[in-house]
Ligand binder design. Sequence first.
Ligand code: UDP
Length: 326
Amino acid sequence: MRVLVVGGAGYIGSVVTRALVGEGHEPVVLDSLATGHRDAVPAQVEFIHADISQPAAVTSVLSRGVDAVMHFAALSLVGESVLKPELYWSTNVGGTRCLLDAMRAAKVQRLVFSSTSSTYGEPESVPIDELARVDPTSPYGSSKLAVDMMIRDESRAHGLAAVSLRYFNVAGAVADAGERHDPETHLIPNVLRVAAGLSPEVVLFGDDYSTPDGTCIRDYVHVEDLAAAHLLALDATGSRSRLGPGGHRVFNLGNGTGFSVLEVVEAARRVTGKSIPLRVASRREGDPAVLVASSRRIQTELGWSPRKPGLDQIVADAWAFLSDHP
Ligand code: UDP
């Protein structure tokens, strides 16, 4: 299948692109390189340097015959979104609006969208399933929720078959693709940067949450397992699948187990053998205390099950990637 991967030069998009190649599909990557890396795209994959809000570039590739689109192109920094909500609404929501217009014009009717657990905000209970109340605590989360709703409406009106995958905390790496954000804000790469001697200490954002050790609890899912979920979601948008044209389904993606920030640091100490100094700082705005997924829906409906659910394995794979790409 020919699949247009928008945002395929980023962390998750580049891992999914490899998974598509591995399954015999033909991905084409379109990326603005605003946050992605050209060298994250495998050499044999066609690359188009463009933004999804440039209709000519998107229409041109879609008109060459594309069966489905996978959409990873978005800004994703919670803190930045609080300071610049207009940037998040125009990039994430406006960009997707342009993409959907181009897809409709080209009659491309299958979409897998990279959504987020940030759509739920502070949960009323955990684990969080897809029926939980959505009440984002940041413009990043609001913009992603708006896109989920835009896709739902597009599906109902115009026959798009679509899946929104709501990721919890994606981490880990595959052999030659991993996390390379600048600035890096995520916990696991930041902790490993300290282990590698690239940063002096881990800054721990708050140890006064109402959790057993006072630090936030998150559900870490291996990027390789996430990529496998995208391939299942792609299949689900096929005309013979239950989803079919006009269907939009949301699936949460996590392992269903929560680890505190301190437990992640402990895992990194075990994996790397380094001491990893810590400094406690104040809370980071918009951080819910506990986010743990129920992934029962994707397990029962699409047959997904994580192959690498262990925290030490996730950290070890991220460490191997960082060690190779310091
Ligand atoms: N965190 C931290 N120090 C860091 C990065 C993150 O204490 O350098 C905390 C953050 O406050 C949150 C958890 O680690 O409680 C996971 O943060 P991350 O940015 O990795 O993912 P998020 O849950 O925000 O999507």
